[in-house]
Ligand binder design. Structure first.
Ligand SMILES: [Zn+2]
Length: 321
C-alpha cells in the first residue's frame, strides 16, 4: 500500500479587513513560526521528514501571492524544493476578490469554495494558480487539491481542461467535498472521473465507529497506525494523510504543540521503519488503471478503542495547557 504524506501550505491573515497591515507577521508565522523551541512551521516539518528519509507532496496555495507579491511564493516554493519534495497546486478562492486586476469578471463578492464557481471560472483560476507556482519555480504542476476539499464535478472538468490529471481533493468527512458525485462514487478509494485520477483523503472508522479523516492534527498516532495497518490488510492500494504548514503550532501563535509534534514524529518514524510494506510515495507512483464506476462503500480502515481513547486523553492535555 502506498502512503501519501500530503501537506497543504497556505498563508492566512486572520480576517480580511486589514490584509496589508497583518500580512508580514502572518507570513512569518505561517511559513517559519520562529520561537525559542525552533521554527515549527515549514522548516521543522521539512527537517523531520528529512531525518526519517521521507518525501512529501506539498500542495501550495499561490493566490495570496497575487495580492502580496510573487517573491513570497518563491520563498515558500524554494524551501520545499531545496528539501527535495514535490510542489503541487492547492487553491483557496477566498483570495479571488482581494486581487487586482480581477482574475475573473464575477468577483464582486467573496466566494469561499471552488464549488461556488462555474466550470469556466474554475478552469481560469486553476490555470492562474498553476502559472503563479510555475513562475515561482515549482516545476511542472501535475497534481491538485481544492481548498477545504471543496471540489465538484466541474472541478474535474476544469482540471482536465488544464491537463492536470491527478487530484487529491475529496474528503468524505466534509459535506462540501464531492457533494454532486457521492451518489456515484464512495470517496473511499482512488477512482477516475473526467479522465482525472483522484485519490481521496483516507477516512477511517475510529474506536467508537465514527468517521475520522487521516489528518495528523486530528488523530492520535495509534489511530493512524491502526488505520494504516487495517487499510493495508484489507487490500487498499493507497493511504492519503493530510497535514498543514501550521499543523504543529498551537492555535494563533508560534509555539509548537508538543502533542502534535510527537504525533508527526511518531508517524514519520513508523513509516521509516516500515518502508517496505508502507512506501511513502508521490501520486505519480501509482499507475494501475482505476475504476470509473462506483465501488462498494466498504470501510477499509479502522482504529481500536484504546487508540481513540488515547486521542481523547491528548485532546484533554491540549486543553489543560
Ligand atoms: Zn487549504
Amino acid at each position: 500500500m502506498n502512503v501519501h504524506l500530503t501537506f497543504d501550505i497556505e498563508v492566512w491573515c486572520d480576517g480580511w479587513d486589514a490584509l496589508d497591515a497583518t500580512f508580514p507577521a502572518s507570513f512569518e508565522r505561517y511559513v517559519y513560526a520562529k520561537s525559542a523551541h525552533g521554527s515549527y512551521a515549514l522548516p521543522m516539518t521539512l527537517e523531520i521528514l528529512e531525518r526519517h528519509g521521507l518525501t512529501g507532496v506539498f500542495f501550495v496555495e499561490p493566490l495570496f501571492a497575487a495580492r502580496f507579491g510573487l517573491e513570497y511564493l518563491r520563498t515558500v516554493v524554494q524551501l520545499i524544493r531545496v528539501a527535495g519534495h514535490s510542489v503541487q497546486l492547492h487553491l483557496h478562492p477566498e483570495w479571488v476578490d482581494e486581487i487586482r486586476p480581477a482574475l475573473i469578471a464575477n468577483n464582486a463578492t467573496k466566494r469561499q469554495h471552488l464549488t461556488y464557481y462555474t466550470v469556466q471560472e474554475q478552469t481560469a483560476l486553476i490555470a492562474y494558480g498553476r502559472s503563479l507556482l510555475e513562475q515561482a519555480g515549482s516545476g511542472s504542476i501535475s497534481v491538485f487539491r481544492a481548498g477545504s476539499f471543496a471540489a465538484n464535478r466541474g472541478t474535474f472538468e476544469a482540471l482536465r481542461c488544464n491537463g492536470i490529471l491527478i487530484d487529491s481533493s475529496l474528503n468524505s468527512c466534509y459535506s462540501v467535498s464531492g457533494a454532486d458525485i457521492r451518489d456515484q462514487h464512495a470517496l473511499n478509494a482512488p477512482f477516475t472521473i473526467h479522465g482525472v485520477r483522484t485519490y481521496p483523503v483516507t477516512v477511517f472508522s475510529d474506536g467508537f465507529g465514527r468517521s475520522r479523516p487521516a489528518h495528523v492534527g486530528a488523530c492520535s498516532f495509534l489511530e493512524m497506525r491502526d488505520a494504516m495497518r487495517t487499510a493495508a490488510q484489507s487490500g487498499a492500494s493507497d493511504f492519503v494523510v493530510v497535514s498543514h504548514n501550521f499543523e504543529m503550532l498551537k492555535p494563533g501563535g508560534v509555539q509548537p504543540s508538543r502533542i502534535v509534534v510527537r504525533r508527526f514524529q511518531q508517524l514519520c518514524a513508523y513509516l521509516a521503519l516500515h518502508r517496505d510494506e508502507l512506501p511513502v510515495t508521490g501520486f505519480e507512483a501509482s499507475t494501475e488503471p482505476l475504476p470509473s464506476v462506483m465501488g462498494l462503500p466498504v470501510k477499509t480502515a479502522s482504529a481500536m478503542v484504546r487508540s481513540t481513547l488515547r486521542r481523547h486523553v491528548e485532546q484533554l492535555l491540549c486543553r489543560i495547557g
